[in-house]
Design a protein around this ligand. Structure first.
Ligand code: ES4
Ligand code: ZN
Length: 324
């Protein structure tokens, strides 16, 4: 099964590129940029990755990304991830990034855009691996800041496939960003949002009703609300589920408790993704393997899940047709 899952053409729809920063690269970038880290060794970094909830993870995630300073750093970060994903049989990756987390420490918008886009072009040239770029807003900061970033990103609209919404969910409902997402819609930019990870099913409803999103990142909380499940099923709203992330952030106690089997049972448009692979125990393939072990799914189920991601990815129809 392992070889078969590796060779199955897979698509990654939910990846925070800053969350792909492995401790070894963190150390080398820290040295290159003269940034000090509160760890002595890579083992110490890995030992610190023992999270109690989303916020405890986010604190280390924002700390770790302080080593990302130059266009070359973002290129190296993305290239390392894309190369690993390629080795895992991933044929298309949708990278999200958090420009505000960089702007707020003096790293201009052009830096992540230029570095990430250079890596994306390289991956397509070298391996025929396609990609999309999602510019995410930090929901625990104010909406005016997100709006300013959206306007500032005008030179890069051509390279943005969607805007997203991430970071600390509880207490930061989708409605806080209604005006920002309305502006993105007016600009013709598709919209996605994290909802129902730690937050309630009501946030998933809000993301649909107020932000007009074309997919929901996580969405596992939908099972709390039968009418919402029916709505998501009817519209076949894509849900980018990240099982290893949910275990590591204690959204679920362990893999065997994960609601993925019920979500499939309910006919939801589920996909499997990695979220922050350097922090949560691996990339797309590890997430597929963890599901194989926990749920003993057959090949048809994995083909369905991989096919779902191809169906809903931001890619040209000719590319989609070639993959299906
Ligand atoms: C994130 Cl797991 C998760 N949830 C929300 N925001 C995030 N940013 C990076 N990883
Ligand atoms: Zn996420």
């Amino acid at each position: 099964m392992k070889t078969w899952l590796r060779d199955l053409p897979k698509v990654e729809l939910h990846l925070h590129i800053e969350g792909s920063l492995e401790p070894e690269l963190m150390f080398s970038l820290a040295a290159r940029n003269g940034v000090s880290l509160p760890y002595a060794t890579v083992d110490e970094v890995r030992e610190a990755y023992d999270f109690s909830d989303l916020q405890s993870f986010l604190d280390l995630y924002y700390q770790g990304m302080r080593v990302l300073c130059t266009e070359q750093d973002f290129y190296d970060l993305a290239m390392a991830y894309l190369e690993q994903a390629h080795a895992e049989g991933v044929v298309h990756v949708e990278l999200s990034f958090d420009p505000q987390a960089h702007l707020n420490r003096g790293v201009e918008l052009a830096v992540p855009f230029e570095g990430l886009n250079r890596a994306r072009r390289q991956a397509e040239r070298e391996w025929g691996m396609t990609s999309a770029l999602i510019m995410s807003f930090l929901r625990d900061r104010d909406a005016a800041e997100a709006m300013a970033v959206l306007e500032k990103a005008a030179p890069y609209y051509e390279t943005i496939d969607a805007v997203g919404l991430d970071s600390a969910e509880v207490g930061n409902p989708p409605t806080k960003f209604s005006a920002v997402f309305e502006r993105a819609k007016a600009l013709g930019i598709p919209r996605v949002a994290h909802a129902g990870e730690e937050g309630p099913a009501a946030y998933i409803r809000e993301a649909l009703d107020e932000l007009d999103v074309c997919r929901i990142d996580h969405g596992v909380a939908c099972l709390q609300d039968a009418a919402l499940v029916e709505r998501l099923r009817q519209m076949q709203m894509p849900l980018t589920v990240c099982p290893l992330s949910n275990v590591r952030l204690k959204v679920v106690a362990e893999m065997t408790d994960h609601p993925l089997p019920q979500m499939l049972e309910q006919g939801l448009k589920v996909t499997l993704n990695s979220d922050d692979p350097a922090y949560f125990g691996g990339g797309v393939l590890e997430n597929y393997l963890a599901c194989a072990q926990a749920f003993a799914w057959d090949r048809e189920t994995f083909k369905q899940l991989a096919g779902n991601a191809i169906d809903v990815a931001f890619m040209p129809d000719a590319r989609r047709a070639a993959l299906l």
